[in-house]
Design a protein around this ligand. Structure first.
Ligand code: DC
Length: 234
C-alpha cells in the first residue's frame, strides 16, 4: 500500500541509472532502465542492416520492429535486470560506443517511441516502480508522484562515461566521448517527438559537485516524504 511511481529523467551520463537502481533496491521497487530499451532497438537495427554508413533505412526498420522482442530479466547475482533481445543477453553490447553513436537517431523515430512507451506503461501499471529515461515524467507517467530531473556539466558527464568505458576495456578517447555527450544532448533536446525537457513539477537535481552517497541520500529522502504523504492520503 502507498506505493508510488518515481520518474528519473535527465541528460545522458548524469548517473540516473546508478541512483535509480539503488533507490529501487532500498524501497523494494522494480527498476526499469528505458535507455537500455532504446539501445536494444538500436542494436537490432545495426544487426539487421537498417543502419548503413550511419544512414538509417527507416522503412526497413519500421517493418522489422514487430520482430524485436525485448525482455528484462532479473539477475540475482548482480541484483538488477539485464536486457535480452530476442532471447540473447545484450547487456554489454548495448553499452558500447557502436550503439551509443546511433542511439539518439533511433530514438527520434515515432514508431520506435510508441512501441517502447506502451511497454513502459504496462510495466508501471501496478506502481512501485523507479523508471529512468528522458520522457518518463513528461510522456510515460505524467502523473508520477515523484519526478527528478538530473543534470551535470557536459565535461563532468563525459569524464564519468569515459572512466566507465575504459574500465570495460573499450578503446576510446576522452574527446570522442565528450563529442558524443554533446551530440546526444542536442538531438535528445531538439527532436520533434518527446524531446528531453524538465516536467514542470520535476525537482531539478544538478549533481556536478555531488558524490553518489549524497545524491542517493537526498533522493531517497524525497521518495520517503512522498511515500509517507501518499499513505496518509490513501
Ligand atoms: O540513458 P541512456 O544514455 O542509456 O539512453 C540512451 C539513449 O536513448 C539516449 O541518447 C536517448 C534515448 N532515450 C530516449 O530517447 N528516451 C528514453 N526514455 C530513454 C532513452
Amino acid at each position: 500500500m502507498g506505493k508510488i511511481t518515481i520518474a528519473i529523467d535527465g541528460y545522458s551520463s548524469t548517473g540516473k541509472s546508478t541512483i535509480a537502481k539503488e533507490l529501487a533496491k532500498s524501497l523494494n521497487y522494480v527498476y526499469v532502465d528505458t535507455g537500455a530499451m532504446y539501445r536494444a532497438i538500436t542494436l537490432f537495427a545495426i544487426e539487421n542492416n537498417c543502419i548503413v554508413d550511419h544512414e538509417i533505412d527507416f522503412k526497413k526498420l519500421i517493418g522489422l520492429l514487430p520482430k524485436a522482442k525485448l525482455k528484462f530479466q532479473f539477475n540475482d547475482e548482480l541484483g538488477f535486470s539485464e536486457m535480452f533481445l530476442n532471447g540473447k543477453n545484450v547487456e554489454k553490447e548495448i553499452r558500447s560506443m557502436r550503439v551509443s553513436k546511433e542511439v539518439s537517431k533511433i530514438s527520434v523515430i515515432p514508431e520506435v517511441r510508441e512501441k517502447l512507451v506502451n511497454m513502459q506503461r504496462e510495466m508501471g501499471n501496478s506502481k512501485g516502480i523507479v523508471m529512468d529515461g528522458r520522457d518518463i515524467g513528461t510522456i510515460v507517467f505524467p502523473n508520477a508522484e515523484l519526478k527528478i530531473f538530473m543534470t551535470a556539466s557536459p565535461d563532468i558527464r563525459a569524464s564519468r562515461r569515459y572512466k566507465e568505458l575504459i574500465s570495460r576495456g573499450e578503446n576510446v578517447e576522452f574527446e570522442e566521448v565528450l563529442k558524443n555527450v554533446r551530440e546526444r544532448d542536442y538531438i535528445d533536446s531538439n527532436r520533434a517527438s518527446s524531446p528531453l525537457v524538465k516536467a514542470q513539477d520535476a525537482i531539478l537535481f544538478d549533481n556536478s559537485d555531488m558524490g553518489l552517497k549524497e545524491q542517493f541520500e537526498r533522493i531517497h529522502y524525497y521518495a520517503l516524504q512522498v511515500i509517507d504523504k501518499n499513505k496518509k492520503n490513501a
